[in-house]
Design a protein around this ligand. Structure first.
Ligand code: SAT
Ligand code: MN
Length: 595
C-alpha cells in the first residue's frame, strides 16, 4: 500500500472517470501472477501450456486486428507541432485530452482497474524511473510483471515522490451481463497511443498488444524518457547492450541500434564461432545511459524481461533465445499443437497435424497462411537467458566502449567501418536505414531511413534529437572516454544476390575487430566514409572460404556512395532548420572526400 497523496488522488480520479467494477492494487507477488493467469485460463482468455514441455507457460491469441504497434495511431502531444517534428503524429495536448476524457469515460465498466506500480531500471538505481500504469487488462498486468520490476517494492521505493502516470484501457466496456471476449480491444481507428512529454504522461486507449499497452517499454522508456534525457543531458536509446570478453579475459560493453528485422535479439545473445570469445546479454531493446564519475558513459537496461519476435527463432538461429523461453514464458499469437505445445515457422521441426494457428483455426498447409503471426511474441524473464550478464542489474550500469549502428544494406555499405570522430558517428547514426528493394541490389527503390532506429520512438523533434547527440559529445567530461562509433552491415550481397557474409555467430569476427579498434591495437585504413579494417585483421579462421568475399565486403564504391549521398540529401531535407549545422558540415565533408 501507499500513502503517496498524488498517487491516491490520481487513482481515485481515474476510477471516477473510467468507472470500473473494482479497483485492485498489484503487489507484484508470484501468487498474484499465478492467480491472474488462472483467472484468464478459467475465462478462456489464456491456455496453460503442457507442463512437461513448457513448464509455467501460457498461450494467448490476440484479436486479429490487434497484432502490433500502431504507428499511425501513436501521438506526440507537445505544445507545438514543430516540437514533435515531421516523424511524429502531432496533436494539441488540450485537444487530445478532451478526446481522451470522452474515450475513457466509463471505459472500464464491467472490468477491474489494476494499479501497476513499476520501475524501469533496477529498483533504486539513480538512472531508474518509476511509473504507475492503470490498466483494465490482466494480460497487461502479467506481462508487466515479467517486463518490469513491479508491485509493492516499487511503492516502497517511491514513497511520496513523483511518478510517471500511465493510463491504459483496452477500450471495450462491458454492459450489464455482457460476456467478455478472449481479447477485448477497440477498432483500429479508435486507438489512441498518446504521449504528453511536457507533463510526462501517457494515455493509451484501444489496444492490448505489446508496445501499445505495456506502457513502460516504448512509451515510457523511449518516447517520454528521450524527452527527459534531452533536458537532463543523458541518453534513452533503442539499443541492445552486450558484454564481450576476449580470450585474454578482457571485457568490453557495446550498445547497438538497428531498425526492426535486423536481428537485434540474435546479436544481443550471439554465440561466438571463434574459440575463447564470450558474449553476454545486458539488454536486447533499450539502453539508458549517463556519464559516471570516471567520465565514461554507463548503460542500464531499464527492462526486466524480453518481449521478442518468435517466428524464425530456433536452436540453429538463436539457441539462447530458445533456452530463455523454455519455461515461465507467455506466448502470444504463435501456433498451438494438439498436445498444448507451441509451434512457429522456422522453429526447426515439422508442424504437427492438427496445430491451431494464431487465428484459432486448424492450420491448413495448402492455405499458404502462416501458423504464427509474423509479429508473434514471447514474454520471458531476462534472468532466464543462459548468457545474461552478471552486471545486468547493476544499478550503476555497465561502461560502454562502442556504439554500433547498422541496417539491412545489400549494396553500398561495407560490413564495418569506424567513425572519424564523434560528430561523424552522429552523422552515421542519423542516416541508418534498410534498403526496401525486392531485387536486393542497388538503392534504386530507396532506403527506408530509421535514424538511430529511433524514428517511431523519439518523443520530440528528431532534428533536435540529433543536436542532443552532438551536444552530448561536446559537453562530455572527457572526450577521449566517449564510446567509439561504428557502422556494421551483415547483409551485403553480391551481384547475383548471394550473401557475402555468413552472419549470426560469425558476426563475432566483426565484433573482434571493433574490440581491437577500441583499444587502437589494429591499424585502420582512412577512406572517404570512415576508418576501415585491413583484410588481415578480420579473423577468418574456420571460414577461410569467405576470404574471397572480403574485397567486396570492404569496398567503398564511389559511384554508389554518390548515389547514396543523393538519398541522404532527400532524407536530410525532412529536418529543415532543425538539422544541426554540425551534421550538415559532416555531410558536406563526406561529399568532398568522395570527390
Ligand atoms: O510491441 S513492441 O513495441 O513492444 C515491440 C516492437 O514493436 O518493437
Ligand atoms: Mn524494439
Amino acid at each position: 500500500m501507499t500513502t503517496n497523496k498524488k498517487l491516491l488522488a490520481w487513482v481515485q480520479s481515474l476510477a471516477q472517470l473510467c468507472q470500473p467494477d473494482k479497483v485492485y492494487w498489484c503487489d507484484g507477488s508470484d501468487e498474484e501472477y499465478r492467480h491472474l493467469l488462472n483467472e484468464m485460463v478459467a475465462s478462456g482468455a489464456a491456455i496453460k501450456l503442457n507442463e512437461e514441455k513448457q513448464p509455467g507457460s501460457y498461450y494467448f491469441q490476440s484479436d486479429p486486428s490487434d497484432v502490433a504497434r500502431v504507428e499511425n495511431r501513436t501521438f506526440i502531444c507537445t505544445n507545438t507541432k514543430e516540437e514533435a517534428g515531421f516523424s511524429n503524429n502531432w496533436m494539441d495536448p488540450s485537444e487530445m485530452k478532451e478526446i481522451l476524457r470522452a474515450k475513457f469515460k466509463g471505459c472500464m465498466k464491467g472490468r477491474t482497474m489494476y494499479i501497476v506500480p513499476f520501475s524501469m531500471g533496477p529498483l533504486g538505481s539513480n538512472i531508474a524511473k518509476i511509473g504507475v500504469e492503470i490498466t483494465d487488462s490482466a494480460y497487461v498486468v502479467v506481462n508487466m510483471k515479467i517486463m518490469t520490476r513491479m508491485g509493492q517494492p516499487v511503492l516502497d521505493v517511491l514513497g511520496n515522490s513523483n511518478f510517471i502516470p500511465c493510463v491504459h484501457s483496452v477500450g471495450s466496456p462491458l454492459a450489464e451481463g455482457q460476456k467478455d471476449v478472449a481479447w477485448p480491444c477497440a477498432p483500429i481507428d479508435d486507438k489512441y497511443i498518446s504521449h504528453f512529454p511536457e507533463t510526462q504522461e501517457i494515455w493509451s486507449f484501444g489496444s492490448g498488444y505489446g508496445g501499445n499497452a505495456l506502457l513502460g517499454k516504448k512509451c515510457l522508456a523511449l518516447r517520454i524518457a528521450s524527452y527527459i534525457a534531452k533536458q537532463e543531458g543523458w541518453l534513452a536509446e533503442h539499443m541492445l547492450i552486450m558484454g564481450i570478453t576476449n580470450p585474454e579475459g578482457e571485457k568490453k560493453y557495446f550498445a547497438a541500434a538497428f531498425p526492426s528485422a535486423c536481428g537485434k535479439t540474435n546479436l544481443a545473445m550471439l554465440i561466438p564461432t571463434i574459440p575463447g570469445w564470450k558474449v553476454e546479454t545486458v539488454g536486447d531493446d533499450i539502453a539508458w545511459m549517463k556519464f559516471g564519475a570516471d567520465g565514461r558513459l554507463y548503460a542500464i537496461n531499464p527492462e526486466a524481461g524480453f518481449f521478442g519476435v518468435v517466428p524464425m527463432t530456433s536452436m540453429k538461429t538463436n539457441s539462447n533465445a530458445m533456452l530463455l523461453v523454455k519455461a515461465n514464458t507467455i506466448f502470444t499469437n504463435v501456433g498451438l499443437t494438439p498436445d498444448r505445445d507451441i509451434w512457429w515457422e522456422g522453429i526447426g521441426t515439422e508442424c504437427p497435424a492438427g496445430t491451431v494457428n494464431w487465428k484459432n483455426k486448424v492450420h491448413d498447409p495448402a492455405s499458404g497462411e502462416p501458423v504464427a503471426h509474423p509479429n508473434a511474441r514471447f514474454t520471458a524473464p531476462a534472468n532466464q537467458c543462459p548468457v545474461i550478464d552478471k552486471d545486468w542489474e547493476n544499478p550503476a550500469g555497465v561502461p560502454i566502449s562502442a556504439f554500433l549502428f547498422g541496417g539491412r544494406r545489400p549494396s553500398t555499405v561495407p560490413f564495418v567501418y569506424q567513425a572519424r570522430n564523434w560528430n561523424h558517428g552522429v552523422f552515421m547514426g542519423s542516416v541508418v536505414g534498410s534498403e526496401v528493394t525486392a531485387a536486393t541490389l542497388g538503392v534504386n527503390d530507396g532506403v527506408r531511413r530509421d535514424p538511430f532506429a529511433m524514428l517511431p520512438f523519439c518523443g520530440y523533434n528528431m532534428g533536435d534529437y540529433f543536436a542532443h547527440w552532438v551536444n552530448l559529445g561536446k559537453n562530455a567530461p572527457y572526450k577521449t572516454k566517449l564510446p567509439k562509433i561504428f557502422n556494421v552491415n551483415w547483409f551485403r550481397k553480391d551481384e547475383k544476390g548471394k550473401w557475402l557474409w555468413p552472419g549470426y555467430g560469425d558476426n563475432i569476427r566483426v565484433l573482434e575487430w571493433i574490440f581491437n579498434a577500441c583499444d587502437n591495437t589494429v591499424e585502420t585504413i582512412n577512406t572517404p566514409i570512415g576508418f576501415m579494417p585491413n583484410k588481415k585483421d578480420i579473423n577468418l579462421k574456420g571460414i577461410e572460404s569467405v576470404a574471397a568475399n572480403l574485397d567486396e565486403l570492404l569496398s567503398v564504391n564511389t559511384e554508389k556512395w554518390l548515389e547514396e549521398c543523393e538519398l541522404i540529401e532527400e532524407h536530410y531535407a525532412n529536418f529543415g532548420i532543425h538539422l544541426p549545422n554540425e551534421l550538415a558540415e559532416e555531410f558536406v565533408a563526406l561529399k568532398n572526400r568522395l570527390k
